[in-house]
Design a binder for this molecule. Structure first.
Ligand code: F6P
Length: 357
């Protein structure tokens, strides 16, 4: 009897999804005589709606370098999974389609939300294996996720290019980097790009200290500053508010993003000419870096191995340079924030980077 694997990619796309799918498929075909792989379209949406297709070995060729996902993806929030809408019981549908596809295992490539739904399905009795993707690098229990290092590279390219305008015009340039909950991407990009200020959700900033850092640079003969801001950054006053209140307050001030607020605050307080750059999805797109191709291949091969070992209800992880796995139930619902005593925070501080604290 053939071993049948279903694969889906869920949540935001990210570099390395296809490289991971390829790693799984190549290793499965190598290891087992009789393998059938089913591609599920647009993540859990396809699993709910029964949209899938049988894949051929040739479908996995030429995708190592391709960005995005050959399977398509969609955001289907975990919160909505248990809600019956228009008579559709999503969990029952997903279980039904898993059975209909005659799967021995479902592989879910995704971030935190995906891991919650993967765990839910595992608790419902399906054989599930997770694979950790996200440019945010915020999945608990793994040192790194695929997509992160590619995004750091692209973010750094943005900072490098902005540097030339900043120095020529003697401006403060505020660059907003994706990461709605955590600051890993902003921190690594800031260090790699030689930023002067890095603002992340883990360390609420004091605008007076941000301005001081910019003024210190000016006093030291540098007429410009680079400020890297995580999408989810907030100041000490906002830190006292709930997320919803924060958004309402910003909307009322006509500043829906963290960087818009910071640009105004810097200009008002210091008088320095300040500009904002939001590369947004640019740093989530395109081909994976060599590092991410290797990582995705390692993760994919390891996941295929888990199938042959009969290990399910887990997600693949990297810990101290060793590929391993964690229980889905341990990972689901947790977020890997940057610890404030993280070595990279220490490194950044020693390099003279201000966190506005
Ligand atoms: O979760 C990854 C992420 O890139 C976040 O950093 C960002 O806030 C979000 O995706 C944006 O998602 P969307 O593409 O749905 O706007």
């Amino acid at each position: 009897m053939a071993t049948r694997i279903g694969i889906l990619t869920a949540g935001g796309d990210c570099p390395g999804l296809n490289a991971t799918i390829r790693g799984v498929a190549k290793a499965m075909y190598q290891k087992m005589d009789d393998v059938e792989i089913v591609g599920i379209v647009d993540g859990f949406k396809g699993l709910i709606e029964g949209e899938y297709h049988e894949m051929k070995q040739s479908d996995f060729s030429g995708i190592l370098t391709r960005g995005g996902t050959i399977l398509g993806t969609a955001r289907t929030p975990y919160k909505s999974m248990k809600i019956v809408e228009n008579d559709v019981d999503k969990v029952a549908r997903m279980k039904g389609n898993y059975k209909k596809m005659k799967l021995d295992c479902l592989m879910t490539l995704g971030g935190n939300g995906t891991h919650k739904t993967a765990n839910l399905l595992s608790e419902e009795g399906l054989n599930v294996i997770g694979l950790p993707k996200t440019i945010d690098n915020d999945i608990w229990g793994t040192d790194v996720t695929f997509g992160f290092h590619t995004a750091v590279g692209l973010g750094t390219e943005v900072v490098d290019r902005i540097h030339t305008t900043a120095s020529s015009h003697k401006r403060v340039m505020v660059i907003e980097i994706m990461g709605n909950k955590v600051g890993w991407l902003t921190l690594y990009t800031g260090v790699a790009g030689g930023a002067d200020v890095v603002l992340i959700p883990e360390i609420p900033y004091d605008i007076k200290k941000v301005v001081k850092a910019v003024e210190r640079r000016a006093a030291g003969g540098h007429g410009f500053s680079i400020v890297c801001v995580a999408e989810g950054a907030f100041d000490v006053e906002e830190a006292r508010l709930k997320k919803k209140e924060r958004s309402e307050r910003r909307a009322a001030a006509g500043e829906t993003t963290a960087s818009a607020r910071i640009v105004r605050q810097i200009e008002e307080t210091s008088g320095f000419e300040t500009r904002m750059v939001v590369p947004g999805h640019f740093i989530r797109g395109g081909a994976p870096s060599a590092y991410d191709r290797v990582l995705a291949s390692q993760f994919g091969v390891y996941a295929a191995d888990l199938v042959s070992r009969g290990i399910f209800g887990v997600t693949v992880a990297m810990q101290n340079n060793v590929v391993t796995h964690n229980l889905l139930s341990d990972v689901a619902g947790k977020t890997k924030f940057i610890p404030t005593d993280d070595q990279m925070i220490f490194t950044a501080r020693r390099l003279g980077i201000s966190f506005g604290d």
